[in-house]
Ligand binder design. Structure first.
Ligand SMILES: [Ca+2]
Ligand SMILES: [Ca+2]
Ligand SMILES: [Ca+2]
Ligand SMILES: [Ca+2]
Length: 468
């Protein structure tokens, strides 16, 4: 501020941010002071000073960037106890952000030079990057005003997979589906009745409300209410759980996703929808989806929105159903990622569904395709089928083959067929895996399970509390 009080030259009172302005100020000032030196010579005289200053600022920026702590996931040996884990992280100047007991790890901030030191310590099994994952869908016509509560229509995608032909028999009632996403609009008139609980992983003191819109869209495809308004979901009585792991901009850290998966296991979810992805194959991520698979949870994920690009993670993991997107002509969407990991395809172009703020939007992406399969999986579970592999087999063998005969890299086993998968209708295709399927109506194990079904409410801090 001392600069502003220098009265000898009024031009110096103006903040200067462009170099040409600096030269002019110097020259004007010199004129006022009666200096008659050649301006070019003055420039030459100041050049070393300016160059040194720029170089100094540049080098400072580089060293600041190098010194910035980095987000990492540290995976410990199971035998290492909690105090020892904390001590290891603190010994290298790290800061613990979150515990990840599911994978025997911790999300931490590490000074860059600390990573190699920590990795070398006994008890540290691995250090993974805490990568970001991104939502894989967006409104087809952004900014288009929608009528607040239009008369109810059957969305074309729900119709195409014949979910509406299942509802006389199964509606997904009692099946718990977690939407790992940006949250869900908790008081949306076309969703509220089906929202049974959830958690805000990013900010546990706040409810898992949707500040983006993406998660609300996904939730509506799975389970919008069968009422007089808006849309209808694939399973209009599915219990929805909002697990907020993505921020208002539609991305999130892997460590938060892993914490969200852990919440799903602890709270007995049957199906997890993951309409997001990353191109990075991170060991900690695979460990988390393996744990969910071992816990009997059906996991469904968007393949990715880059045609010609490979299938993203978590969709690309064996334990997760990868879903590509089709349009109204049953053609692969021009944005859909494809590859050998694609297991099923589902509608993902111009899909109408619920949006944050109680409204509706038409959106496109493999983000919109995955929840069609998630809803279909819930209907299959509703029919009494248990076991991840059994549910997957039913979805696979009843899918309507598209493209090249048999499984292919664009459509996987084909377009998901909710009706055949959930009602056990005859199919001409033979099962590809030697798995004994449990066809039939509500089985005894499921009935027992349904009786022990826990009720969930909004507890303090809006994370769900169990009441046996
Ligand atoms: Ca239909
Ligand atoms: Ca509705
Ligand atoms: Ca079929
Ligand atoms: Ca095919």
């Amino acid at each position: 501020m001392a600069f502003l009080h220098r009265p000898s030259c009024s031009n110096h009172l103006q903040p200067v941010i462009r170099t040409e302005r600096i030269w002019r100020s110097v020259n004007d000032c010199d004129k006022i002071k009666g200096v008659t030196e050649n301006p070019k010579r003055e420039v030459r005289r100041l050049r070393p000073f300016i160059t040194t200053t720029i170089l100094f600022v540049f080098l400072s920026c580089i060293s600041l960037a190098q010194a910035a702590p980095q987000r990492r996931i540290v995976v410990f040996d199971q035998a290492i106890n909690e105090p020892a884990r904390e001590a290891l992280v603190k010994a290298v100047g790290g800061v613990i952000l979150r515990d990840l007991p599911l994978i025997s790890g911790k999300a931490v901030l590490l000074p860059p030079q600390a990573e190699a030191a920590l990795k070398a310590m006994p008890g540290v099994r691995r250090i993974d990057p805490d990568v970001t994952v991104e939502a894989l869908g967006k409104p087809s016509k952004p900014g288009k005003p929608e009528e607040p509560q239009p008369q109810e229509t059957l969305p074309w995608g729900v119709d195409r997979i014949d979910a509406e032909l299942v509802w006389d028999t199964y509606t997904g009632e009692g099946v718990k589906v977690a939407v790992l996403d940006t949250g869900i609009d908790l008081d949306h008139p076309d969703l509220q009745a089906n929202i049974a609980g959830g958690v805000n992983i990013i900010n546990p003191k706040r409810p898992p409300d949707d500040d983006n819109g993406h998660g609300t869209h996904v939730a509506g495809i799975i389970a919008a209410v069968d009422n007089e308004i808006g849309v209808i979901g694939v399973g209009p009585q599915i219990s929805l759980y909002a697990v907020k792991v993505l921020n208002r901009r539609g991305w999130g850290f892997l460590s938060d996703v892993i914490a969200g998966i852990e919440w799903c296991i602890e709270n007995g979810m049957h199906v997890i929808n993951m309409s997001f992805g990353t191109s990075s194959d991170v060991g900690s991520f695979h460990d988390a989806v393996r744990a969910a698979y071992d816990a009997g949870i059906v996991q469904v994920a968007a393949a990715g929105n880059e045609y010609g690009g490979s299938v993203l993670y978590p969709a690309a993991y064996d334990e997760v159903i990868a879903v590509s997107a089709t349009d109204q002509s049953d053609e692969i969407a021009d944005f859909s990622s494809v590859g050998p990991e694609v297991e099923l395809s589902a509608p993902g172009v111009d899909i109408p569904s619920t949006w944050k703020g109680g409204g509706y939007e038409t959106a496109s992406g493999t983000s919109m395709a995955a929840p069609h399969v998630t809803g279909a999986a819930a209907l299959v579970i509703s029919s009494g089928t248990t076991g991840v592999d059994n549910v997957r087999s039913k979805l696979q063998i009843t899918a309507d083959d598209l493209g090249d005969p048999g499984r292919d890299e664009l459509y996987g086993y084909g377009l998901v067929d909710a009706k055949e998968a959930a009602t056990g209708a005859e199919t001409s295709l033979a099962p590809r895996l030697p798995i004994a399927l449990t066809w039939g109506s509500l089985s005894t194990p499921y009935a027992e399970f349904a009786e022990s079904y826990w009720l969930w409410g909004w507890g303090y801090g809006y994370s769900s509390q169990a009441s046996p």
